[in-house]
Design a protein around this ligand. Structure first.
Ligand code: NAP
Length: 283
């Protein structure tokens, strides 16, 4: 079985992005990503730091907006970055959000041209309609990994476990666009193992440590583990019991080191794409 390492692919995507940043510098443009954070969750801070570190390598500048207080105005900050900050090319809004605000509600305040993590529901709608749009970076990362690994998708049985607006749903649309036969499972799915057992490509995006075991996987299937679950001792495990699945699977992504680094790289590539489009419009 192959452990599908995401890090070399992430490095290749970052390298291409860095070359594109250098080309944009010639036009006097420095791509800039703004992050909006309204939580003191350490996992969120860790994610923003890892993005900032990768952005620095690529030559993307960061604008970090931290909101505190009793009633942080998240949508106001997003409106401001969307409408007024012409030096900002990409915006991401980090979760968890305060005051019961959902990411889809917040996403409506991210201008589609700057929506590098596909948070605006209109981006999801455009994706469904087959129009150009930024997909959520995680969903896009899964497709990039499958392509890079050479996994045939046309006509393949693809099963996505998880139906969230940020991962499962957009991923199903992307796999459909690749001509896979797509099934989405969720918490009400009656016999999960029976459905996942049909998959040539199985993606777990649940947030339940080791939910997917040997009995869920068809011989030779390619298994992509999106889940990130903290172990309590500072470690991270996925939704897939990698040790149990490895003997049967044709390939499986590790956690950490699989989908995560590719997600960050795709996000940065989207910022460069947004900056290039903005530069084109200004000319
Ligand atoms: P989410 O919004 O909590 O959605 C989880 C989905 O899993 C829901 O659709 C839920 O079904 C389904 N589910 C829960 N228990 C299940 C079960 N026993 N059997 C089948 N389906 C079940 O989570 P998310 O935001 O999509 O994230 C999923 C995981 O990916 C999390 O671990 C998250 O940390 C991770 N993640 C990783 C990255 C990355 O870049 N690596 C990025 C984003 C998220 P219902 O809809 O019926 O409740």
């Amino acid at each position: 079985v192959t452990l599908i390492d995401g890090r070399p692919l992430a490095a290749a995507i970052r390298e291409q992005a860095a070359a594109d940043v250098a080309a944009l510098a010639g036009q006097g443009v420095t791509p800039k990503l703004a992050t909006v954070v309204a939580t003191d969750d350490p996992a969120t801070a860790w994610y923003v730091r890892s993005i900032a570190k990768a952005a620095e390598q690529v030559g993307i500048s960061m604008g970090e907006v931290t909101l505190g207080g009793a009633a942080p105005d998240v949508t106001g900050a997003l409106d401001d970055l969307s409408g007024h900050h012409h030096d900002v090319h990409g915006i991401i809004c980090l979760t968890p959000l305060p005051g019961g605000l959902t990411l889809a509600e917040a996403g409506e305040h991210v201008a589609p041209a700057k929506d590098v993590d596909g948070a605006n529901p209109s981006s999801l709608g455009r994706l469904a309609a087959g129009l150009p749009a930024f997909a959520p970076a995680t969903a896009q990362a899964v497709v990039e990994i499958l392509r890079h690994h050479g996994t045939p998708l046309s006509g393949a049985e693809a099963v996505v476990v998880g139906r969230s607006t940020v991962v499962g749903k957009p991923l199903a649309l992307l796999l459909l666009a690749e001509h896979a036969t797509v099934t989405i499972c969720h918490s009400r799915t009656r016999d999960l193992a029976a459905v996942t057992g049909r998959a040539d490509v199985l993606v777990a995006a649940v947030g339940n440590p080791h939910l997917i075991g040997r009995g869920h996987v068809k011989e030779g299937a390619v298994v992509i583990d999106v889940g990130t679950n903290e172990t309590g001792d500072g470690g991270l495990v996925g939704d897939v019991d990698t040790g149990a699945v490895e003997p049967v699977a044709g390939g499986v992504t590790p956690v950490p080191g699989g989908v995560g680094p590719v997600t960050t790289a795709v996000l940065l590539r989207n910022v460069v794409t947004a900056a290039r489009s903005a530069a084109g419009r200004d000319r």
